[in-house]
Design a protein around this ligand. Sequence first.
Ligand code: COA
Length: 637
Amino acid sequence: MPIAERDPPKGRRESYVLPKVPVPPLKQTLDMYLTSIKHLVKEEQYQKTKSIVEKFGEPGGTGELLQEKLLEKSINTHNWVYDYWLDDMYLNQRLALPVNSNPAMVFPKQDFRDHKDSLKFAAHLITGVLEYKKHIDTRALPVDFSRGQLAGTPLCMKQYYRLFNTYRLPGLKRDTLVIHETGSTEQEHIIVACKNQFFVMDLVVKEKPLREMDILSQLEKIVKMAENTEERQPPFGLLTSDGRTEWAQARDVLIKDSVNRESLAVIEKCLCVVCLDDPSGMEVGDTSRALLMLHGGGHEKMGANRWYDKPMQFVVGEDGVCGTVCEHSPFEGIVLVACTEYLMKFMTGSPSKIGRATSVSELPAPRRLLWKTTPHIQGLLKASAERLQRLVRDLDMDVHKFEVYGKEFIKKQKMSPDAYIQVSLQLAFYRCNGRLVSTYESASIRRFHEGRVDNIRSATPETLAFVKAMTDEKTSLSDSEKIKRLWDAINAQTNSTIAAITGMGIDNHLLGLREISQEIHMEMPEIFTDETYVASNQFILSTSQVPTTVEMFCCYGPVVPNGYGCCYNPQADHLLFSVTSFHGSTETSSAVFIKALDEGLVEMRDLCKTSNKPQSNKIRCRRSHSPSVLCGSLDRA
Ligand code: COA
């Protein structure tokens, strides 16, 4: 049975107690909000917003009332922002999951000699998943500690306990994140997708868990069954690629029939989905592999061989294209990296046991899931296929390895690599568009109980001054002025990062104030209907650092039609960027952005080299180990 989303997990609890996410001081957030938008909007609009914000924040005003309510909520809940954030970020969103929401992790290209090789890989991978799941069920995962800024703090592990036991159920207005009890016996199966067919593979037969050899033999049976065209079922996975409301409506139609109801129930309770893909026919490169993970190449390729609602979906392509596609609402990319790195290391470090074991040939064959269709349902499938195809055609993706230098060079300048890369992204955007825009960078707040993320607003005024120095004012400014502006930009970015990771970010706080106003049935305060607030939540640049220690990379799509998604993976001697945008926008081009990024990174290096005397980084609390050291103490010079 599913347990409520907020129930404490069973079993051994972590031996440390994490602080609650703080509610930042109201005035601090309002001041930071005004600073974050002043240089992004016209003066007249800024003045209008400023007076709205000041009215909201005046003594005894709406802001103080809402702040008081939030403070009360923070006392009475584990994490005051968790539900607001989950709804706003994911469950209320109506866009289709592929590209718009689900990130993907692309594994190194595999060299399979034949299709048997790819099944062996899949069997080994599933064995690794079961090993990892044992660590989860026994709560034996080692606690993560923060690295980089404010290193050494224990991090909340809750997201790990949502990897395999969750399911995003579509709803007409809001989806639901269903959570099954960890280790539940209802969850002793996986779903294997092959040729758009879905098969149930039980992992425990006659109370005995399947061994790797057994898993392989079950996969072989599945491939044979999938080839049987007479029993072939329509490609129902397509429905999960559709907009959330469309899928919810279709699901309401499906569940009128008991056959469909049963098939859905089995999928919704599985541990994970394993997609055995046919060769896509595409030339295999980093970009094409990333595309195949994000949308499967549409219904004509592998796009229907998926079940996008399931948080963990492993893809094993016969052509060596492998990876993981994730429904994002239960966990962040960093947790996904930890899990997939475990799997990669498991697969390279522990030899496959297939050669040595004897197969349990009498295992019952996996079951094919059946579907009842009607002309109406056929129409729904066709509509979903067309909408997925539009998404596929629209996605403009470019995966790029910048090889001139990596994070070690940046560290040698005594700069934060993350801040430096963020500044380079702003420079690239300014080069392409002649302006800066509202930018999202995910900042982990896992140092707090049930912490997820807040936003680092990277388009700072200091960065605007720097990017102008590198473009419009390039010839009129000296190198020393440029390097000074670079340091100002890096320091401002590092300060914003520290604010966000210590719970002093402004986006979660503003969201909380907005949502609590609705909870108490207040008319929406003007600060949240103001065009500046609305525009500042349209993240034209949506960025995220997802570093890996084994060879693989993460990617995701843009969050607005005229935006970029930019996921980066800083390595010691190179930087990997996955940039996405939509062909439908005349304002964006992933290739043009990458070119500008490349040029800017080289120019920034040259600038750093002109000054081999790095100025002191004015961040005072960088080495502190306490999450409660907040940015009241930051030098915002
Ligand atoms: N001089 C020299 N070295 C420095 C430095 C400086 N001024 N500032 C930082 N460094 C070093 C750090 O010590 C760290 O070293 P390490 O590689 O040995 O660990 C390294 O540079 C990286 O630090 P930095 O670039 O500052 O970034 P960070 O690791 O602190 O990361 C965030 C910053 C915002 C990305 C991180 O806090 C975070 O929130 N990550 C999660 C993002 C996320 O959720 N992504 C997934 C979304 S789905």
